[in-house]
Ligand binder design. Structure first.
Ligand SMILES: C[S@@+](CC[C@H](N)C(=O)[O-])C[C@H]1O[C@@H](n2cnc3c(N)ncnc32)[C@H](O)[C@@H]1O
Length: 333
């Protein structure tokens, strides 16, 4: 199961238990909460009144946080469901899990920086567009500091494992655009409050980093277009400047897309004249190897073929993978 969706092969209670195991080490409060939900028939019954794609832990917990003004615990969640089930259901029906983690830029930057400049970026599933702002942030890799264009923007700390090709400077980005089913507006207080409610309690400095990234984005908002990755990508590609290397990328998006639609998306991107970087859970991107671990780690891959790195799902570290051995051309069959 990905953290985004529910596994239809197991019960809702079991989904919450599995989710709790995946949250272990990240958020003790939500480990407790997910196991309380799994054992609570009233909460499970409440969830059963919602459409199947609206029952997942991230959405329930963020919606409760949004209404309570603080992360829920088992007691406050039960109380909320007793007092205001309709309000909670309404938030869950209208909001989506759109976590936007700027620190993922630190794991994608080494791949981007290897391309001929200048770059034109299209991020698919961009949420509020915070992962479009590579050149605004500063980076703190072990032994290497890279200064971004906005001195007030957050400094993204990222550990390196293996021979990561960290760049000495930021690449030149001359054009950027996001595409999302439901773009969040960085200038809208309510949208940004929702984004902050998607951060789990106990996750170190994530909340402060998000607030600093939103403040930076507000100084010059990233353009994120409303649209579906299955239908609206070619039109956006047509707007990109011809004199830049076009990069189409996405992170933590395809897990929310049905498997047959992931295949359709892969076929669309392969037909476009662009470099394609995916940063998704193992097994999610058709054609990308490395299915052996499903522990919250992502696989950063190029062009739906070559796995470049394992990356922490929240951008804490990147582990570069050895290059695949080159195939010998003309080898005897
Ligand atoms: C978990 S967020 C990830 C945001 C950002 N990529 C990041 O790494 O921080 C996933 C985003 O994908 C978007 N999304 C999901 N399905 C989509 C689709 N079919 N077309 C466009 N966007 C989609 C959601 O609306 C959401 O904003």
């Amino acid at each position: 199961m990905s953290m985004g969706g529910l596994d239809p092969a197991i019960s809702l209670a079991e989904n919450y238990r599995v989710w709790g195991r995946e949250a272990a080490g990240r958020s003790p409060a939500y480990v407790t909460l997910s196991s309380a939900v799994a054992d609570d028939l009233t909460i499970l019954e409440f969830l059963g009144t919602l459409p199947p794609d609206k029952r997942q832990p991230n959405l329930l917990f963020a919606s409760a946080y949004y209404l309570l003004g603080a992360p829920a615990d088992p007691g406050t969640l039960r109380d909320l469901i007793r007092r205001a089930p309709d309000r909670l259901a309404q938030v869950m029906r209208t909001r989506r899990t759109q976590t936007n983690e700027p620190a993922r830029c630190a794991t994608l930057l080494p791949a981007l920086a290897q391309l001929p400049e200048p770059l034109a970026l299209i991020e698919v599933g961009a949420s509020a567009g915070l992962t479009l702002l590579f050149d605004r942030y500063s980076y703190d890799y072990p032994g290497l500091r890279i200064t971004g264009r906005d001195p007030e923007a957050p400094v993204l700390r990222c550990d390196l494992r293996g021979p990561v090709p960290v760049p000495g400077r930021l690449p030149e980005i001359t054009w950027r655009a996001g595409l999302d089913l439901n773009p969040l507006d960085v200038t809208d207080d309510d949208d940004m409050r929702w984004l902050s409610c998607l951060v789990w309690p106990g996750e170190g400095d994530r909340a402060q980093r998000l607030a600093a990234a939103v403040a930076a984005a507000r100084r010059s908002p990233p353009p994120v277009r409303r649209g579906d990755l299955l239908t609206d990508l070619p039109a956006l590609v047509a707007e990109a400047p011809a004199d830049a290397t076009l990069v189409i990328y996405h992170s933590a998006v395809l897990a929310y897309v049905a498997p047959q639609d992931r295949e359709r998306f892969a076929a669309i991107v392969r037909g476009l004249a662009a470099v394609w970087f995916s940063n998704e859970a193992p097994g999610v991107v058709p054609g990308v190897p490395l299915r052996d671990r499903d522990d919250g780690t992502f696989v950063l891959a190029r062009d739906g073929r070559q796995a470049l790195a394992r990356t922490d799902g929240h951008g804490d570290w990147v582990e570069w993978l050895p290059a695949e051995p080159a195939r010998q051309s003309g080898a005897a069959g």
